[in-house]
Design a protein around this ligand. Structure first.
Ligand code: SF4
Length: 501
């Protein structure tokens, strides 16, 4: 809710124009007609917006704890067009894609499935992460409501949890609708982490598959195993361990020197797997590269790091108080520590179980230290200092042959701030092969062409790196087994393997 203050035009007897402010009134976003909504047990919650695998896992995981959640399909170009048709002007790319995707889904329920608009509005609710902040993220819910109203779904409910509060949500009117219990968040986070791990493995294996499509097929089998474990409340670690035998059967040829490309940038644009970033990951793979995607866990770790930093700053303020100990601060510190440990422990456990050995959980303090000189750490919009930190880390630790930063058009933190800083970073680190590229929804040809140009250089680097090494005459079998993941100073997977021999 916000307070609206209306200005009224007045004309005096001489015809002179003047303006007066009327008294402030409370502004409420309420539907025109009174709506009787369906009871909670008949309500269907819609979610979506992460990777395809994660959306599916979340749907199953939340079903397993008795929540009626349905994952929306991946946003496509039609979603974008609907977002533009019904949304406000001047929004950022993810807003158009995600808002339009919901409108498209509801229109499909109405026009294809024959469910009346009244029933849709009464029974369905969209659940999203909300929050405050300097970018448009804080406006998403208003934007959803505006587009839905104009598309004929006035009164459709949108509810949110604050993305940076995790299990520490404040109580509000949505609480009766959304069961924001610790169990809800723990289940949600488990599904997200497992999705991250399986995605990371998929991107490591797919470029080297001998038979096209075999990695996707194996990953789908693994997803079914994990989904079943969620549904039947079985041990998830054991389920992931049993996926090893499926993945080990996939034939790989890992001695191909392929360019390694780190894909980062604005959270949604870098993570989505579809028209939202012109299917960038699959495009890179088709062009002969290996992707390093940014897992959602990075965003979780950044939120925890930001909360810890705020707390530290609060504690270091000299406040004159009679209190010897600030108990609220102590409680927050314990909760932050618990959250950090829980995320790290679960990620490591699940990663080890399925066989992702070489992925290092991002060290947020190290990333902050790397970027501090270039980017104010207190700027929290979008990915904050992380884009700058990822580029510096990639160059210093030789993590990739190319770093692509994907930014949605109209993104304030990513395009307007980070890009300006990155020109200084690339100046100081001239060996960086860096491409900052905007996604506009339209203009795929230009996007692909720029990616191909940067990739050409990356492929040359990968080949040169590989050619410097001597491949032994007899290569042990383990080299082509996905479980063998040596870690050394080389960037390319083939070079890392040969170097390790
Ligand atoms: S970070 Fe950029 S793209 Fe993402 S919501 Fe904010 S303004 Fe939009």
């Amino acid at each position: 809710m916000s307070v609206a203050c209306s200005t009224v035009k007045m004309t005096d007897k001489n015809g002179d124009l003047s303006f007066i402010n009327q008294e402030s009134t409370q502004w409420r976003d309420v539907p025109k007609e009174t709506i009787t909504y369906a009871p909670k047990k008949e309500t269907i919650m819609l979610v979506g917006g992460l990777t395809i695998l994660q959306d599916k896992l979340i749907e199953t995981a939340l079903h397993s704890i008795g929540e009626n959640f349905v994952a929306l399909p991946n946003p496509d170009f039609e979603s974008f067009q609907k977002g533009k048709a019904f949304g406000n002007r001047g929004q950022c790319n993810p807003t158009y894609f995600t808002v339009g995707n919901l409108v498209k889904y509801l229109q499909n329920l109405r026009d294809e499935k024959g469910i009346s608009t009244e029933e849709i509005v009464q029974k369905y609710v969209f659940v999203t992460a909300g929050g405050c902040g300097p970018c448009r993220f804080g406006m998403y819910i208003t934007e959803y409501k505006k587009a839905l109203r104009d598309a004929g779904f006035d009164g459709f409910r949108i509810t949110s949890f604050e993305h940076n509060k995790g299990i520490f949500q404040s109580e509000d009117e949505d609480e009766s609708l959304l069961n924001l219990s610790p169990k809800f968040f723990i289940t949600l986070v488990k599904a997200i982490l497992i999705g991250d791990i399986m995605n990371l493995l998929g991107y490591k294996m797919r470029p080297y598959e001998v038979e096209v499509g075999s990695v996707d097929k194996a990953m789908e089998e693994c997803r079914e195993i994990v989904s079943l474990a969620f549904e039947e409340k079985k041990n998830l670690t054991k389920a992931l361990w049993s996926c090893r035998s499926i993945l080990e059967k996939v034939a790989l040829n890992r001695l191909q020197p392929k360019a390694k490309v780190m894909v980062m940038g604005e959270f949604w644009a870098a993570m989505t797997e579809g028209d939202g970033n012109y299917n960038l990951h699959r495009f890179l793979e088709a062009e002969g590269a290996e992707c390093i995607p940014q897992p959602i866990m990075n965003r979780l770790m950044l939120s925890i790091w930001e909360a810890e930093r705020k707390l530290y700053k609060k504690e270091s303020l000299v406040v004159e108080t009679d209190k010897k100990v600030d108990f609220s601060s102590v409680k927050s510190r314990i909760m932050i520590k618990l959250a950090k440990t829980a995320v790290k422990t679960h990620f490591s456990l699940y990663a080890k179980a399925i066989g992702l050995h070489d992925y290092e959980i991002p060290d947020m303090d190290k990333l902050a230290a790397l970027s501090e000189e270039y980017y104010t750490l207190d700027c929290e919009g979008g990915e904050g200092h992380l884009e700058v930190a990822h580029l510096i880390e990639s160059v210093k630790d030789n993590l990739s042959h190319l770093t692509i930063s994907v930014k949605p058009f109209g993104c304030m933190p990513s395009s307007a701030v980070s890009d300006g800083v990155q020109s200084l970073v690339t100046n100081r680190f001239p060996s960086a092969n860096f491409l900052a590229i905007e996604t506009s929804g339209e203009g795929a040809a230009n996007f692909y062409s720029r990616v191909q140009m940067a990739l050409f250089k990356a492929k040359q680097s990968a080949k040169e790196e590989f050619d410097e090494l001597t491949v032994p005459e007899s290569v042990p079998e383990k080299v082509h087994n996905y479980l063998y993941q040596p870690h050394n100073a080389k960037a390319g997977t083939a070079s890392q393997l040969v170097h390790s021999l």
